[in-house]
Design a protein around this ligand. Structure first.
Ligand code: SF4
Length: 181
């Protein structure tokens, strides 16, 4: 175990599928040395509800609703370095395919007119975050420091990227670690 103070890392999934988080876990037994170097703040891997002051924030998923925007601003305020991980965070990804459709028609089809629905209604509880008209990549809303492409990026790419960053190097994904699918 190193004597250096651990870096604090927050992660979240916005309009994502948790696949990028699963890829983070794909570093397998390298999680143990990672945990010698970092501690996790808000993350689906912890029970912390809000992002505190952190060295690194990692966000999968684009922005599809009002709550996503609040969480993204919280991460940008509190994280020195903010990373968009995966195609959804970088371009909107597959969820952005809804951008050429009318949002009202989508909601009507899914909740009101889809065959087999009984007494359907479009959910309108104020607890629910309002959907945005379009799905947006993160950099359209806040400044992003780094992008890790892939759907999802491989565990090896995430490991290389994080270990570079943790030792103070500019992260570089060499041959075989960059992909977009
Ligand atoms: S980039 Fe791919 S794996 Fe990552 S959240 Fe989006 S759909 Fe899931």
């Amino acid at each position: 175990m190193s004597g250096k103070p651990k870096l604090r890392v927050a992660t979240t999934s916005l309009a994502g599928c948790f696949g990028c988080h699963m890829s983070l876990l794909d570093i397998d037994e390298r999680l143990f040395p990672l945990l010698d170097l970092v501690e996790f703040d808000r993350s689906p891997l912890t029970d912390i509800k809000h992002c505190g002051l952190c060295d690194i924030g990692i966000i999968e998923g684009g922005i599809c609703n009002a709550e996503n925007v609040h969480v993204l601003y919280e991460f940008r305020r509190n994280c020195k370095t903010l990373i968009a991980i995966g195609s959804c965070a970088i371009t909107g990804g597959l969820p952005a395919q809804r951008n050429h459709l009318d949002l009202g028609s989508c909601l009507t089809e899914v909740y009101l007119t889809e065959p087999g629905l009984a007494h359907g209604h479009i959910p309108n509880d104020p607890e629910l975050p309002l959907p945005l008209d379009k799905v947006h990549p993160l950099h359209e809303v806040v400044k992003i420091d780094y992008f890790i492409p892939g759907c999802p990026p491989s565990g090896d790419a995430i490991w290389k990227f994080l270990t570079d960053l943790i030792v103070g190097k500019t992260p570089e994904l060499g041959h075989g670690l960059i992909k977009y699918d």
